[in-house]
Each structure stands twice: as C-alpha cells, then as structure tokens.
Design a binder for this molecule. Structure first.
Ligand SMILES: Cc1cc2nc3c(=O)[nH]c(=O)nc-3n(C[C@H](O)[C@H](O)[C@H](O)COP(=O)(O)O)c2cc1C
Length: 320
C-alpha cells in the first residue's frame, strides 16, 4: 500500500508529507532532503530573512534536488517583489500564511505555480478559495510557531467539508505516523509538519533548540503574544505564537499591555535575545514535542512517518 492522495498526484510527490516553511529553520538543505525523500520541502521565506540569506537557501535547494520543492511566505509581512523573485527560481509551489492572500495569490496563479494557503479559521478558508488556492492547509492551534485558535481534530474535517474538492493538508500537532494516518482519516490529503523537522540533522536550528524539543513536553508549551510584543514585531492579534515556556514568558504572562508600555523591559529583552539568553529567546514548538525523541536525518523522518502511517491505517482497519 502506498499513501497516494489528490495532493501527491497534484504535486507529483511520493508521500503526502510537506515540510512547513519555517522562516528560521527550513533552509534549502532541509527542504531538499524532504523533497529527495519523496515529500515536498518548502523553504521558509521569513520573517527575519534578508534577501541575501533567502537567495542562499533557495540556491541550496535548487542545487540539491531535482524533485518538486517550494517556498512559503508570511502574507502580512512579505514584500511583493520578494514573491516575484521567488517565482522566477522555479518552485513547484508557493505557500502563503497569515493574512489576506489577495494580490500575492493572483501573482502566484498567473505564474502557473501551485498556490498553497494556510488557514486558521473557516473565514480564512473561504477567503483562500476565493483567492484561487490549489491546496489549503488547515492549521490547528497545537502547531508550533504562529497560528490561530482552532483544534486540529475538529478543524481539519470542517475545512475539508467546506472547500472540497480542493485538497487539504492538516497541520498542528502532527509528528509521527499515527498523526499522519489520523489526518488522512479526517479527509485530509496529507500533513504539513513543522516542529518534528526542526529536530532534524538538516534544520537550521541550533543544537540547544533541538535539545529543548527532544527533552520538552507538550504541557510546557504555550500560545502567547509576549515574545512578539517584546521583539516589536507587529503580528496581528489573532496569531499568537506557540513556544516552550521560559522565564521571560513567565514574568510577563497576563501583563502584555504593561510589557508593551515598558521601554526598559523591551530594551532588556532585545539585549538578552541578542546575547542568546535561553531564558528570553523563544523556542517555537508544537504540542507534539512529546513524540520527538531523537534528532534524525530528514529522509529517515519522512520514511518513518510514511511507513508508520501505513501501518497505523492497516491496524485501525483490522477487525477486533
Ligand atoms: C519554528 C517554527 C517556525 C515557523 N515559521 C513559520 C513561517 O515562517 N511561516 C509559516 O507559514 N509557518 C511557520 N510555522 C508554522 C508552520 O507553518 C506549521 O503550521 C506548524 O509548524 C505545524 O505544526 P507543528 O509544528 O506541530 O508540526 C512555523 C512553525 C515552527 C515550529
């Protein structure tokens, strides 16, 4: 049995597994490794990546794979000329997350590139369909990094019902074959996975971040706006970010307005982050970190996800 879905057929990939375009972690080496293993690797296009670094990561992915690959951008922050440049580099797909896809979506569609839009609510799913999305990612709030407030389990089938026959990928809290199998049973055509791939040999994460993921537990993560407020990044209010709790977050939990109004606190946060202080720097992580036990090559993660999902589906179908 192999896990063929409308998504694998549309993108000509072997497995219904997509590397999330994580700005700080999904570089060209990781995206190429996932694509070479039969999934779809998406390079993270931001925030915080300057044009030079993005060009380097895209150069790496094009050098290392001849399979389909893609790139993902944060809609509310990315500049249109960066998307235009990316389209010239030959991605099979471009993904947009967080914000009105409007103008960017039509540009991507005009280029004939597969348009993937990540959504966190049913209203956003409707907007994605209106924008002409070829694939929709339904992201639940278990996800690492920024996201909305819906749980993956009920949200994915609701999006499937709303947008069918457009293929849906499930995202948020999926780190092993059981999660991928569950996504397929919910009617998704695959899974978009972030946190699990941060703990891979090819990720751009520091050893300290990878160690925190391997040692951490889902209960220790929280969704919050504290780090974005402190960093001065004006994320829209509806997209808090999930990270592993730390000392800075503990200090300011419930006091976000006070934090925003304190120049001293903001200054000391930025100094601590610049110095790499682990009590301040957020480790973005999903609730699925309980399921991450090793730092492995991305190809092994893809193969294990696919074969364990096949096994989980076969087991679930066995009578008795
Ligand atoms: C470290 C990290 C960085 C992320 N950065 C981005 C990003 O730049 N753009 C984006 O669309 N999504 C980003 N995400 C969210 C992912 O697209 C995806 O929804 C999420 O990783 C899925 O949940 P999971 O982490 O439990 O697999 C990020 C997630 C993580 C963990």
């Amino acid at each position: 049995m192999s896990l063929q879905t409308p998504f694998t057929e549309m993108l000509s990939v072997t497995h219904p597994i997509v590397l999330a375009p994580m700005g700080s972690q999904s570089g060209g080496a990781l995206a190429a490794a996932v694509s070479n293993a039969g999934g779809l690797g998406l390079v993270g296009g931001g925030p915080g990546l300057d044009r030079g670094r993005l060009a380097r990561e895209v150069g790496l992915v094009t050098e290392r794979t001849t399979r389909p690959w893609g790139i993902g951008f944060i809609t509310w922050i990315v500049k249109e000329e960066v998307v235009a440049w990316a389209l010239e580099q030959g991605p099979a797909a471009v993904m947009l997350s967080f914000g009105d896809p409007g103008k960017l979506a039509s540009r991507i569609r005009r280029a004939g590139t597969t348009l993937i839009i990540q959504v966190t609510s049913l209203d956003e799913a409707r907007q994605a369909i209106d924008a002409g999305a070829d694939v929709i990612v339904a992201q639940g709030s278990e996800a690492g990094g920024h996201g909305g407030r819906r749980g993956t389990l009920p949200f994915v089938p609701a999006v499937v019902d709303l947008v069918g026959p457009v293929p849906v990928l499930a995202a948020g809290g999926i780190a092993d074959g059981r999660g991928l199998a569950a996504a397929l049973v919910l009617g998704a055509s695959g899974a978009l996975i972030g946190t699990r791939f941060v703990a891979s040999s090819e990720s751009l994460a520091s050893p300290a971040v990878a160690k925190a993921l391997v040692e951490g537990h889902g209960e220790e993560t929280e969704s919050s706006r504290i780090h974005d407020i402190a960093a001065g990044v004006p994320w829209p209010r509806q997209y808090p970010g999930r990270s592993i709790k730390n000392v800075f977050g503990d200090r300011w939990r419930g006091r976000e307005e006070e934090l925003a109004a304190s120049p001293e606190a903001l200054q000391s946060y930025r100094e601590a982050v610049a110095a790499g202080d682990p009590h301040a720097v957020p480790v973005w992580a999903g609730e699925d970190i309980d399921l991450i036990h090793d730092i492995e090559p991305a190809a092994a993660i893809v193969e294990t996800l696919a074969s364990d999902a096949e096994r989980a589906l076969a087991q679930a179908a066995r009578p008795g």
